[in-house]
Ligand binder design. Structure first.
Ligand code: DGY
Length: 420
């Protein structure tokens, strides 16, 4: 008999648990990743609320003195991943990468706290100042041009999405020297970024090392600086959640309110009127990317949608069958199975759906949940899916796919049996 999908999801979380932190998946991602971890906490909260709070603790324990929370924490060196701690060379202990990742933690912490307020109160009180310090870092270091900026495509979490192509064009990847990728040894290379992109990713890491990871200098002089609609909306949303949590704890939240107001007032800077959508922007020359990506559609999680964006949403969504595609299926760059250039990502669907529910668009939430659940029930807890036929892509037994099954996607299929 096949196992209940809920039980499978719980087993994936337990299997990826390294005692206080959770791997995204074995092999491909053998460390703690920032935003994966926040989703893991949400998933754990459905059956082990204390373990959910532990996940935030281990993530925030590696916060830099500057307030930045790094995108990877290298708890135990594992040669199956590149680039490892020796390449990043940040001098942190435990070793970490030198960039951040989308700040979803406050939003996930609020969701976890709401699931058991009594159990969460003291745990929340412990992490709250760290979350505030991280948000302050975003405001002071990455939002200096208005919208949230990234200094490396990996910081966006949407590594090779078309948004970054124009910024990547200006990065010289020809002098990085020899290296061996490990990701393509774990999964089908046609589902991963190209080598030319990897060379540039490494060149950007080498620049960070060359300036001792001085974040202000990287923003000022680094090879890549783009405004990211995705992080802008996630941060806006997270500021709002942090304000709620701060009020619950009896803190003065006026500083966070100021950051949120300033960030919202910067939204016109990432609205591309020619495209009729939010758009990534190269902050070195002001140029828009000119492509519709999933970062723009995260507007819904920050209550920043509008009727023009709604038309794009429905157009790209109607063009596929299994959730919201990460790139426009009608654009030349669309690639249905290559990482962030087309596939549907269950955890991102879950995040966008959070926005739909709060707008009162329960019809959109139900559709997205149904399509995401169908992909998972058909082909398992994959990292991402071909949005046309739900082919499983990337890593298997993936933590955030399991987490959003337990918290959202599987909600209508409580007792569904595995499709295998
Ligand atoms: C990878 O290694 O592909 C990661 O996405 C970088 O964070």
């Amino acid at each position: 008999m096949t196992m209940d999908l809920h039980e499978q999801a719980r087993q994936i979380l337990r299997g990826n648990d390294r005692g206080g932190y959770t791997l995204p998946t074995h092999g491909l991602y053998p460390y703690q990743w920032n935003w994966d971890s926040a989703f893991a906490a949400w998933g754990f909260a459905t059956f082990d609320i204390a373990r959910a709070w532990d996940e935030f603790d281990t993530l925030l324990a590696s916060q830099w003195d500057t307030g930045m929370v790094p995108h990877i924490i290298f708890h135990e060196v594992d040669p199956s991943y590149f680039p490892g701690p020796d390449v990043w060379s940040t001098g942190q202990s435990p070793a970490t990468s030198g960039i951040s990742q989308p700040p979803v933690a406050a939003t996930m912490a609020r969701l976890v706290w709401e699931m058991d307020k009594a159990a969460g109160h003291d745990r929340l009180a412990e992490i709250y100042p760290k979350l505030v310090a991280w948000h302050r870092w975003w405001h002071e270091v990455r939002c200096v041009h208005g919208p949230a900026a990234i200094i490396h495509p990996w910081e966006s979490g949407r590594d090779n999405c078309p948004d970054w192509d124009i910024g990547m064009d200006g990065v010289d990847g020809s002098r990085v020297g020899p290296y061996t990728r490990r990701d393509t040894g774990h999964v089908d290379p046609s589902m991963r970024p190209h080598k030319e992109q990897y060379d540039r990713y490494i060149a950007m890491v080498q620049f960070g090392v060359s300036v001792g990871w001085d974040q202000r200098q990287i923003v000022a002089d680094g090879p890549f600086l783009m405004a990211d609609p995705g992080i802008t909306f996630i941060l806006l949303r997270a500021h709002a959640d942090l304000i709620v949590l701060g009020e619950v704890l009896g803190h003065d939240t006026s500083e966070i309110e100021g950051w949120a107001a300033q960030l919202r007032s910067a939204l016109p800077e990432i609205w591309n009127a020619d495209l009729g959508a939010y758009d990534a922007r190269n902050l070195r020359n002001g140029r828009f990317a000119g492509v519709l990506g999933s970062g723009a559609l995260l507007a819904y999680v920050a209550d920043a949608g509008n009727p023009t964006l709604d038309e794009h949403l429905i157009r790209v969504w109607d063009a596929v069958s299994y959730g919201i595609p990460s790139a426009d299926p009608q654009a030349d760059i669309f690639d249905a199975r290559r990482y962030w250039r087309g596939p549907s990502w269950p955890f991102l669907n879950a995040l966008i759906a959070l926005g739909f529910r709060e707008m009162g668009r329960h019809d959109l939430d139900a559709r997205l949940r149904r399509e995401t659940a169908q992909a998972i029930a058909k082909n398992g807890f994959a990292e991402y899916f071909d949005p046309h036929d739900a082919t499983a892509c990337g890593g298997a037994n993936f933590t955030w796919t399991a987490a959003i099954w337990l918290t959202w996607a599987g909600q209508d299929l409580e007792h569904a049996k595995g499709a295998a």
